[in-house]
Design a protein around this ligand. Structure first.
Ligand code: URA
Length: 179
């Protein structure tokens, strides 16, 4: 399986009920392989319409924060745990996270990043089966997962911005090097 084939499967996926309400599935985007992978929660309204990850308000905050950390977005593979927008942007249900999990795992296998930035509790829960971003943030787990806040949390609480950028700087250090 290559990434294009995987993404074409995601675009036509019918494994859970989120398929019924979506405009477009949002597989994710970026180079393959890539030193850095970032994982969010689920697409929002603008992502659902465009089919691209992190292009709404949270995405603009992410872009600014990546810039402050000295990371070029074009070097990063960006995706989310769930590839289709949950209605009214509710939290994804366990069944939806489980249905989508093999896509995320295949992306990690194919992109083969040095570091995976887990942004928020949904990503930390899906990949590490842990909760508690506030206490876990900044920590590297299993050698390559770095826990940080979701950009939407930073939008809600500007006090988190400095820690978020500092986590992204650590991600840059861990992810740099030729692929
Ligand atoms: N939030 C996410 O977790 N993913 C997106 O693609 C957009 C917003």
């Amino acid at each position: 399986m290559n990434l294009d084939l995987l993404h074409s499967k995601i675009l036509s996926c019918q494994l859970c009920d989120l398929a019924l309400g979506r405009t477009k599935a949002v597989p994710g985007e970026g180079p393959c392989p890539a030193g850095i992978m970032l994982v969010g929660e689920a697409p929002g309204a603008e992502e659902d319409v465009t089919g691209r990850p992190f292009v709404g308000r949270a995405g603009r905050l992410l872009d600014r924060s990546l810039g402050l950390a000295g990371i070029n977005r074009s070097e990063v593979f960006i995706t989310s745990v769930v590839k289709c927008r949950p209605p009214l942007n509710r939290k994804p249900k366990s069944i939806e996270i489980e249905s989508c999990h093999h896509y995320l795992q295949s992306q990690i296998d194919l992109v083969h990043p040095r570091v995976v930035g887990l942004m928020g509790n949904v990503a930390v829960g899906a990949l590490l089966n842990l909760q508690g971003v506030t206490t876990l943030r900044g920590q590297v787990l299993q050698g390559r997962f770095l826990v940080t806040f979701h950009p939407a949390a930073v939008l809600r609480n500007n006090n988190l911005q400095e820690a978020f950028v500092s986590d992204l700087k650590k991600i840059k250090e861990m992810g740099s090097g030729d692929q």
